[in-house]
Design a binder for this molecule. Structure first.
Ligand code: SF4
Length: 329
């Protein structure tokens, strides 16, 4: 058994000071981290408990009309907050599609951003080959069961997917992640927060060592009238997405004025379907237009042995999500 030290941080400054030492990990809700520790996948030397830092568990409005969601806001509280439900229903739907009610009651927004892949081989330490868990060791998934793995943006080092529903909605909404570290505060555009695996699949995000997520900022709400989070999974009760779609539209009558489409379950990070978005601008939402736009989202897809179905599933999910998002038009 490994010895682990524990420190309860009273404020952001002391958390960052403690968190800058190698082997130190911040703990909030712990819903993913404790699983990883129990399985021997994560072996931190020290836990810094951030749950008693004041001011990180609130949702506040921003001067530009946007919303700031503190990193310690529980997923269920964010999902059910009046401002989130009314102004960002896409995000509320994504929160409620994730995990179980019990987990949502514990999990924090910051922790949701940091949750790690559900690749079977990452969690099973009986498989020594996992470049994410053990850099340079290989990738057991490449020769294994690849049903849940990536079809876009993978590398020959790792084909894992990001499991977060919340993050898919945040990608579509162009959220910004606010962090604090020894060099001060910075704001990371959502598209730059999660990484593709490349040759460093052990790194999920662009956070610098010791940086602490303090909040997520949402731009002013533009899509409250026309948005949909659609999650396709093996069990409706509780499962990670095989494919998910966050679709957000601004409509001018029956014509698309602005479109934001992000996919989950297909890549190492939430995947923005930029070509699909561009193809929808100025169009009406007829089935032929949607199908040709959806096909653009999977151009260049490289399915693994067991998941070619995701290429078709992603296109169909986009068509359905965009149709439902535009349904009131
Ligand atoms: Fe590890 Fe990534 Fe390979 Fe899964 S896909 S075994 S997480 S390296």
């Amino acid at each position: 058994m490994d010895a682990i030290s524990y420190q309860r941080a009273a404020d952001i400054g002391s958390a960052i000071q403690a968190g800058s030492h190698p082997g130190t990990v911040y703990i909030g809700g712990g819903t993913n981290l404790l699983d990883l520790m129990k399985g021997g996948v994560a072996r931190p030397a020290k836990l810094v408990d951030i749950t008693h830092i004041g001011g990180l568990d609130t949702i506040t409005t921003l001067p530009d009309g946007g919303l700031r969601i503190g990193a310690l806001v529980r997923n269920s509280d964010a999902a059910n907050h009046t401002w989130v439900r009314e102004r960002y229903p896409l995000l509320s739907q994504a929160f409620l599609a994730g995990a179980s009610a019990q987990l949502r009651n514990m999990a924090t927004v910051g922790g949701n951003l940091m949750q790690r892949t559900r690749c079977y081989y990452f969690y099973d330490t009986a498989f020594p080959q996992c470049n994410k868990r053990n850099p340079g060791s290989g990738c057991a998934a490449l020769e294994g069961n690849t049903r849940i793995h990536a079809i876009l943006g993978a590398s020959n080092q790792c084909i894992a997917t990001n499991p977060s529903d919340m993050s898919v909605a945040l990608a579509a909404l162009d959220a910004v992640v606010r962090v604090s570290g020894r060099d001060g505060e910075r704001a990371i555009p959502f598209a730059e927060f999660h990484r593709l695996p490349g040759d460093r699949p052990d790194l999920d995000t662009t956070l610098k060592p010791g940086e602490l997520i303090t909040a997520v900022d949402l731009p002013p709400p533009l899509f409250a009238d026309h948005s949909k989070y659609l999650k396709v999974r093996d069990r409706a009760s509780y499962a990670f997405a095989l494919v998910s779609v966050a679709a957000a539209l601004q409509m001018d009558g029956n014509t698309v004025k602005t479109a934001r489409i992000a996919l989950g379950g297909v890549a190492h990070k939430p995947w923005r379907a930029n070509a699909t978005e561009a193809a929808l601008i100025g169009k009406t939402l007829d089935r032929a237009t949607l199908q040709s736009a959806a096909a653009l989202a999977v151009q260049g897809a490289k399915p693994q042995r067991d998941n070619a179905f995701k290429v078709t599933l992603a296109q169909r999910a986009i068509v359905r999500a965009v149709e439902q998002a535009g349904g009131a038009a």
